[in-house]
Design a protein around this ligand. Structure first.
Ligand code: ZN
Length: 342
């Protein structure tokens, strides 16, 4: 009963979602619909079978499934449908502003024209805004595919970046994919005015986070949970106010941590490392942002004040415009004050 009350309260908070991948966020129902339109792929066309398909053995099997689902998205209209579904989910969870990651090179390789992709994203963003959800874009590369996809992505960004593109990311496997491999692409992205937002320290150790900071000038880190094994790194992140985008359910589903009891969220928070909570791939992991706050509360024994602080920091660590930032902070403050006066 208490948990349900907590969920309602968390839902009411004006949240930001700063680490979520468009493909991985797609609801299983939408994936099944797309799979029925493309029956030649290995993605199941039945919901129960899809749920089994979404049981990952390890990070590599997750990447394999992710790429198969991504291959279903072959037209601009598909992209707009996904964004619309995502915006509806965000609105239902009280997510007011989201930085959504799109792996442009993968979608282009699957047959979407460069201008068609940009136009579909802009159409989706405008429709989301009408639902009261502001979307900005992070364009990432799948590191396992090598530097060539970085080149394709920078070319697309140079010619076609849609409005509200704010960051450049790096996802996929870390082992065998040193962060420095993409240093030239991050330099080019920064030249284009984009923020450096790579994944690091998800499936490898703290050295990957150090490399993201040193070689890619990272301004936030996707996951970064391996930082908890390095006191010096935690002190650096705390001093420099570099935020980790922490996604607890994702970390269990992909095997990045063995179980929630071994999740380092509390250790990171105790070291004053800036944290924002996110979902990563909620459609694939059967979660949503409200649930991530509930999970985080359970694993780190968070007080309501700490939850409010996490939401507040999510607003501060985002790259929304200043007007939006002030509006969300004021709204949050109002809820926090009303809670205290009860
Ligand atoms: Zn991610």
């Amino acid at each position: 009963m208490a948990t349900e009350l907590d969920r309602e309260w968390v839902r009411s908070l004006p949240k930001t979602e700063l680490h979520v991948h468009l493909i991985g966020a797609t609801s299983p129902q939408t994936v099944v619909e797309l799979a029925r339109r493309h029956p030649q792929t290995r993605v199941p066309t039945d919901l129960d079978e899809l749920q089994r398909f979404y049981t990952f053995r390890d990070f590599d099997s997750f990447v394999e499934v992710y790429q198969a689902v991504s291959g279903l998205v072959t037209a601009g209209d598909d992209v707009t449908v996904l964004i619309d579904g995502l915006a509806r989910d965000f609105a239902a969870q009280g997510v007011r502003y989201a930085e959504v990651t799109v792996t442009a090179a993968t979608q282009l390789a699957d047959g979407i024209e460069p201008d068609e992709l940009a136009e579909a994203m802009e159409n989706g963003r405008r429709a989301a805004s009408e639902r009261g959800v502001e979307i900005a874009w992070v364009i990432d590369v799948h590191g396992g595919l090598g530097p060539r996809v970085g080149d394709v992505t920078i070319d697309w960004l140079t010619g076609f970046a849609p409005p509200r593109t704010i960051g450049f990311g790096l996802g996929g496997p870390e082992k065998g994919v040193p962060r420095s491999l993409f240093a030239p692409h991050f330099a080019a992205a920064r030249e284009l005015g984009l923020r450096s937002l790579p994944h690091a320290g998800e499936t490898s150790g703290p050295e990957s986070v150090w490399s993201a900071l040193r070689d890619l000038s990272a301004e936030r880190i996707g996951h970064g949970i391996a930082s908890a094994a390095d006191d010096e790194l935690m002190a650096y992140l705390a001093d420099e106010r570099i935020t980790l985008e922490v996604c607890p359910t994702s970390n269990v589903c992909t095997g990045a941590v063995t179980d929630l009891d071994h999740h380092p969220l509390r250790r990171l928070m105790d070291a004053d490392v800036p944290i924002t909570l996110s979902t990563d791939d909620p459609g694939m992991f059967g979660t949503d942002l409200v649930n991530e706050y509930v999970v985080a509360q359970r694993i780190a024994d968070l007080t309501n004040d700490e939850i409010i602080s996490l939401v507040r920091h999510g607003i501060d660590a985002s790259y929304c415009d200043e007007q939006t930032r002030k509006r969300l902070q004021d709204e949050l403050q109002e809820i926090a004050s009303a809670d205290r006066s009860l």
